[in-house]
Ligand binder design. Structure first.
Ligand SMILES: *[C@@H]1O[C@H](CO)[C@@H](O)[C@H](O)[C@H]1NC(C)=O
Ligand SMILES: *[C@@H]1O[C@H](CO)[C@@H](O)[C@H](O)[C@H]1NC(C)=O
Length: 144
């Protein structure tokens, strides 16, 4: 049976709205940016914490690079073997993972490691994570 055209129209409208404004139940972030495009760098094997200034602000992850695209950042103790370039196999994997773990939270800490990303990348190469994020006001504060 074919869905009536009204139903298909509603589905189309909803999918357009979700694409345009983001899925409404995913986070409480508003469009009100408190800090735009802050950057954070974490070397493999260390903890990285992304933080906004206040509890009423939430993280919005704009981009993330996990790998090694230069030979100057995060120089390991034993440079020779570990200092190799390493491009991510799936360029959007890191940003998706960080959005899943951190988005909408005022602060988010995690180990910069293959274990955290759950996918080994360039074994034996010392990698780093570069994150660009916004701090945005959250809606629904105190609504609990
Ligand atoms: C959104 O805000 C409500 C009310 O404060 C809270 O219960 C809920 O956990 C928040 N959702 C997220 C994804 O932070
Ligand atoms: C943040 O960076 C992105 C990409 O470079 C840019 O499009 C955007 O305008 C920047 N946001 C602000 C508020 O500067």
């Amino acid at each position: 049976m074919r869905a009536p055209w009204e139903l298909r129209f509603i589905c189309w409208c909803l999918s357009w709205l979700f694409t345009a404004f983001g899925f409404p139940f995913e986070s409480n972030l508003t469009e009100w940016v408190r800090q735009a495009n802050a950057t954070a760098l974490g070397c493999e094997g260390h903890m990285l914490t992304l933080s906004c200034a206040g509890q009423e602000e939430g993280l919005k992850i704009n981009s993330a690079f996990w790998g090694r695209n230069d030979l100057k950042t995060c120089i390991p103790d034993k440079p020779r073997e570990q200092m190799k370039m390493c491009s991510p196999v799936e360029p959007l994997y890191a940003v998706k993972k960080l959005r899943h773990v951190c988005e909408g939270q005022p602060t988010c800490g995690f180990p910069v490691s293959d274990a955290f990303f759950e996918k080994p990348l360039c074994p034996g190469v010392s990698k780093f994570l570069k994150v660009v994020y916004d701090c945005r006001m959250m809606s629904g504060m105190g609504a609990k």
